[in-house]
Write a protein that binds this ligand. Structure first.
Ligand code: ZN
Length: 236
């Protein structure tokens, strides 16, 4: 069956069996030839497009990778920063703890020293009272209390009290702080030696002691001071 068509390209009205997408056979052949000529161009364009697409994708992928890498690096950096901060905080805490601990120890030592001092004073007072008491039953009583810094000597003769010596010596620490243990020990040793000399020279001054005494009471914590006092007071 033949139909009448109007070709959409050449507008010719003709009889032909197949419309070939609205083209007459002539136009259809021309169109086909044109398409064949354009094929390599089309393929080339397709290839180019594909290449661009791949490149774009690759670039996107690379950007993604770079971003992830950067993210990881930033994350690690942040973790490092946090660890560092934590360490600093802990160091500070530890330092403060150490300082507090030292202060606490210092305070405790101070309190202890105070207590010992008070106990010593109490002991001196008690021994002095004992001496006073025994002066009623002894004709002569001597009470001596000596430390590296202080010297107190009281005599009771026929019940009459007389303070013979009441002295205090200043120990100057010219190099306080920054001393080695060795140096400090040697300083203490020297001071103790000086204390012995100081006590002995005071006791041996003319007119201080009138030996012998019926009863002698000695209050001295340092053994070398005690020994020295006993030796002097036993003379004659
Ligand atoms: Zn045509």
């Amino acid at each position: 069956m033949k139909l009448t068509f109007t070709c959409i390209t050449c507008n010719k009205r003709k009889f032909f069996t197949n419309s070939n997408n609205g083209l007459c056979p002539e136009c259809h052949i021309i169109n086909q030839n044109r398409s064949k000529q354009k094929q390599p161009e089309k393929e080339e364009l397709k290839r180019k497009k594909e290449k661009i697409r791949k490149k774009t994708e690759e670039r996107k992928h690379n950007i993604k990778l770079a971003n992830e890498k950067l993210k990881t690096e930033l994350e690690q950096e942040r973790i490092k920063e946090i660890i560092k901060e934590q360490k600093t905080k802990e160091d500070k805490k530890r330092k403060l703890k150490k300082i507090n601990y030292k202060a606490k120890i210092k305070k405790l030592k101070k309190e202890q020293n105070k207590r010992i001092k008070l106990e010593d004073q109490e002991e001196i007072i008690n021994l002095e009272k004992e001496a006073e008491k025994s002066s009623s039953s002894n004709e002569t009583v001597l009470f001596v209390s000596a430390t590296v810094k202080r010297l107190k000597v009281i005599e009771w003769r026929n019940g009459k009290k007389k303070i013979l010596l009441n002295k205090e010596r200043e120990i100057r620490k010219t190099h306080k702080g920054g001393w080695s243990q060795e140096k400090f020990q040697s300083f203490v040793k020297t001071q103790k030696g000086k204390a012995l000399d100081w006590i002995e020279s005071n006791l041996r001054k003319e007119g201080v002691l009138r030996l012998p005494y019926q009863k002698v009471l000695i209050q001295a914590k340092e053994n070398n001071i005690k020994d020295m006092l006993e030796k002097i007071l036993k003379e004659k």
